[in-house]
Design a protein around this ligand. Structure first.
Ligand SMILES: O=c1[nH]c(=O)c2nc[nH]c2[nH]1
Length: 485
């Protein structure tokens, strides 16, 4: 059930979350905090974390210390088979492509764009359709525990602004990108008339978002050149200038597919761009789009030299394993190419190149694709990503990628409460499974817990078998935004 609008009508209270908390403390380490209480104030900020805590201690000591009236506090307990986990961060998702999830046939990137994607995106000049699709994609992603999404919208300003409005009303944290594409490689029915028109439209969306969320506390604009081949060099340069002027984040695609890489080399020779070399990353660098606020999606075919440049500029990567497999783009060597260089990396569903709106699915596929990398040419055992590592990418890694590493992704004092309550079937004190009111007959949906598994084993079962039936409740900035009934 989507609960955003209902919550608006009820008074906001301080909250105490009690039970087991699981979050990342390092790339390869999940921390399990049993019998812990996390105190979240009315602004949605974590103000205290108490270990070895129970309800009595909460009431007797901690509320007094915080000066909170017990009547003004809502206590939310994780039951036997449940745990609190940070909300997922989808670092790359195309909201208007949601109706096409699973529909890609045997296409690869460049023909997929022309066959499936541009016609659908162009139809978003119909605002009623945009409202229908955007409402659904926000509900769907929230129901899978996505508390923050970096969305690409379309070139249409009114419907892009509508996506921002709907995220704000639904309570989903979002980066909203009005897509820029003015090159004649884009179809004439779906492209910007000129670089100037593209910049003016981008500014219109930035202004709109500054109007609806002046502090940019939940919704932020993101400068979005679709990818180099969709843009003329003047547009890329002007977007680079705009990013510098506004200090806003940037999102685009890089090196997803080998034909795309060859096309960029052909379209943007260094003689034209003034770039240091003929690589894809050097094109973005030459126009001021390779910065520490840049999110580059895919990066499957980056060379070592380009990866060094990305690392030097502190640009970030959105790894999109579902899409990279579905569109036969390739298997990104995440550890060797990116993590070993200290490049911040998160996960993207890349709907609808990716077939699923679930970040948990992206985490599962990141683990599996890394095994293909490990046994592929030049692969090493250490290429494999563990359960702990893919969950880091899905939370803290993603937070850093979208510039929110100090705000969300973990359970520390000062962070905001963007979290999900995960239910794997309730295990009672006697070790017996207990019923919880899952709509599909639960308990635990597709995850079968017998009761003898350790907590790391249960979390591994969730990663490999879980889905939205395990996402019991979701909060953003302390506000309940989804509850499974
Ligand atoms: O996966 C992708 N989805 C897109 O919509 C897109 N546009 C350019 N490159 C892209 N890659």
């Amino acid at each position: 059930m989507h609960v955003g609008s209902q919550q608006n009508r009820t008074a906001v209270r301080n909250k105490v979350f009690l039970g087991l908390f699981v979050h990342s403390t390092a790339l390869d380490e999940l921390e399990y905090l049993h019998e812990t209480a996390v105190f979240v104030d009315k602004s949605g900020t974590i103000v205290a974390v108490e270990k070895n805590c129970n309800e009595e201690k909460v009431r007797e000591t901690v509320l007094a210390r915080l000066g909170w009236e017990a009547a003004d506090v809502e206590v939310v307990k994780a039951r036997g088979g449940q745990f609190f986990f940070p909300g997922f961060i989808d670092t790359h998702i195309h909201a208007p492509q949601y109706p096409n999830v699973g529909i890609f046939g045997s296409s690869t990137l460049l023909d997929w764009l022309n066959t499936y994607t541009f016609p659908l995106e162009a139809s978003f000049s119909d605002k009623a359709k945009a409202r229908q699709v955007y409402t659904r994609v926000i509900r769907k992603t929230l129901s899978h525990g996505t508390t923050c999404a970096a969305y690409y919208a379309t070139i249409d300003v009114p419907s892009t602004n509508l996506l921002a409005d709907l995220c704000l009303v639904s309570g989903q944290r979002a980066l909203i990108g009005r897509v820029c594409m003015d090159s004649d490689l884009s179809p004439d029915y779906y492209r910007d008339a000129s670089p100037e028109a593209s910049i003016a439209a981008t500014k219109a969306t930035i202004e709109h978002i500054r109007t609806i969320d002046p502090a940019l506390s939940l919704i932020r604009p993101v400068i979005t050149p679709r990818f180099a081949p969709s843009c003329t060099l003047p547009l890329l340069r002007q977007l680079g200038d705009l990013a510098k002027e506004t200090a806003l984040p940037i999102q685009t695609h890089i090196s997803e597919n080998k034909s795309e890489v060859a096309l960029v080399r052909e379209l943007f020779p260094p003689s034209l761009t003034g770039a240091a070399d003929d690589s894809y990353a050097a094109v973005y660098d030459a126009v001021g789009l390779l910065t520490e606020r840049t999110v580059l999606a895919h990066a499957v075919h980056l060379t070592e030299h380009e990866a060094d440049l990305v690392a030097a500029r502190k640009a970030k990567i959105s790894h999109c394993p579902c899409s990279n497999s579905a569109l036969t783009s390739g298997a990104a060597p995440v550890r060797r190419l990116l993590l070993d260089r200290g490049i911040a990396c998160g996960l993207g569903t890349d709907v609808s190149g990716g077939y699923s709106a679930s970040v948990l699915e992206a985490a599962r596929q990141a683990a599996l694709v890394s095994r293909h990398v490990a046994f592929g040419p030049g692969g090493e055992e250490r290429d494999r990503l563990s359960v702990d590592e893919v969950l880091f990418l899905a939370t803290r890694g993603g937070a850093e990628v979208v510039g929110l590493g100090d705000k969300v992704g973990g359970f520390e004092v000062g962070m905001e409460w963007d979290a999900q309550l995960v239910g794997l079937g309730a295990i009672g004190e006697d070790g017996e499974e207990q019923e919880w009111e899952g709509e599909d007959g639960g308990p635990g949906g597709n995850v079968d817990v017998f009761g003898w598994e350790s907590w790391p084993e249960r979390v591994a079962k969730w990663v490999y078998n879980g889905d939205d039936r395990n996402t019991v409740k979701v909060w953003v900035k302390g506000r309940l935004v989804h509850e499974r009934k």
